[in-house]
Ligand binder design. Structure first.
Ligand SMILES: NC(=O)c1ccc[n+]([C@@H]2O[C@H](COP(=O)([O-])OP(=O)(O)OC[C@H]3O[C@@H](n4cnc5c(N)ncnc54)[C@H](O)[C@@H]3O)[C@@H](O)[C@H]2O)c1
Length: 271
């Protein structure tokens, strides 16, 4: 609205997602579930997209029952063009529109113990294929629809480890680690997001990022202690703490924000 008078603005309303159709990949994961629940609480029709083993249809049915509003679950592999085309068709068949896309999927787990010197081509390709190509495909297929139909909001998820390198001392005395392919794939997600923010700005598709960090998931105690030592806030985060940024970036509250990477990392990269 063209005004300098803030009393004309309903600031609460800016955060509403009423009737917006929001597609969330990795919906059944740790952070994905918080994203879905938060978007649903703010009024969205959530499309929960995840691999078949995660049962996204069941999860969407739970969301639908809890919020009394149509939701949709779609099983797919985000790194398959056929799967992503099917996702778009299913969303348009059911809701006729797409307002938001959140790429919350990830693959890294099978590499977590592997030293860099031993990473195989196959493992490297799998991580890059799912994390980066999956994000490329959903942006291309669903984002292009938004660009052709009045705009929308895309939120991609890089990682603290595409912003800074992992502090290897964090993993001392634990069985954990962070593979290079993960950092590299997430660096690609970051660059792709900035590219698209510029590319689609005039089509009213805003493209932003959220970078979570150290989301608590019953980690081993030594890891939690190490983490606290290196974190200004001296603790891990919780999945629900990442979701505030999502509501902001999906909603009209962030109407002048594009190409941004919101760090939800407790100050990890500040020192
Ligand atoms: N958890 C953290 O501390 C943390 C930190 C920084 C960034 N991130 C990023 O945040 C996002 C969410 O992380 P999370 O902790 O919830 O991860 P998670 O492993 O709990 O969830 C990831 C989800 O992605 C789904 N998935 C995997 N491969 C897929 C594929 N090919 N197609 C569709 N879905 C697929 C999984 O089934 C799972 O439900 C990820 O992008 C992750 O890289 C997480």
């Amino acid at each position: 609205m063209r005004t300098t008078d803030p009393t004309q603005i309903d600031f609460r309303k800016k955060f509403e997602l009423n009737d917006k159709v929001v597609v969330i990949t990795g919906a059944c994961g740790l952070v994905g579930r918080a994203f879905c629940e938060a978007a649903a609480q703010f009024g969205a029709h959530v499309v929960a997209a995840d691999i078949p083993q995660s049962n996204p249809a069941d999860y969407a049915a739970q969301l639908e029952e809890r919020h009394g509003r149509p939701m949709l679950g779609v099983a797919l592999d985000v790194s398959s063009r056929e799967g992503v085309n099917g996702l778009k068709d299913a969303v348009l068949d059911k809701f006729g529109r797409i307002d938001g896309l959140v790429n919350g999927h990830q693959n890294k787990s099978h590499l977590i113990f592997e030293p860099f010197e031993e990473v195989s081509d196959d493992n490297w390709d799998t991580v890059v294929h799912i994390n980066l190509k999956g994000t490329f495909l959903t942006c291309q297929v669903l984002g292009a629809w938004m660009a052709d139909n009045g705009g929308g909001s895309i939120i991609n998820i890089p990682s603290t480890y595409s912003v800074v390198a992992p502090n290897q001392n964090l993993y001392k005395g634990t069985s954990l680690g962070c593979p290079a392919a993960y950092s590299a794939s997430k660096g690609g997600v970051d660059a792709l997001s900035r590219y698209l923010a510029s590319y689609w700005a005039q089509k009213k598709v805003r493209v932003n990022m959220i970078t979570p960090h150290g989301v608590w998931n019953n980690h081993e105690e030594q890891f939690e202690q190490n983490f606290a030592r290196f974190s200004p806030m001296e603790r891990l985060s919780y999945n629900h703490e990442v979701a505030g940024a999502l509501i902001y970036l999906l909603s009209d509250a962030s109407s002048y924000v594009t190409g941004d990477n919101m760090l939800v990392e407790g100050g990890w990269t500040v020192w």
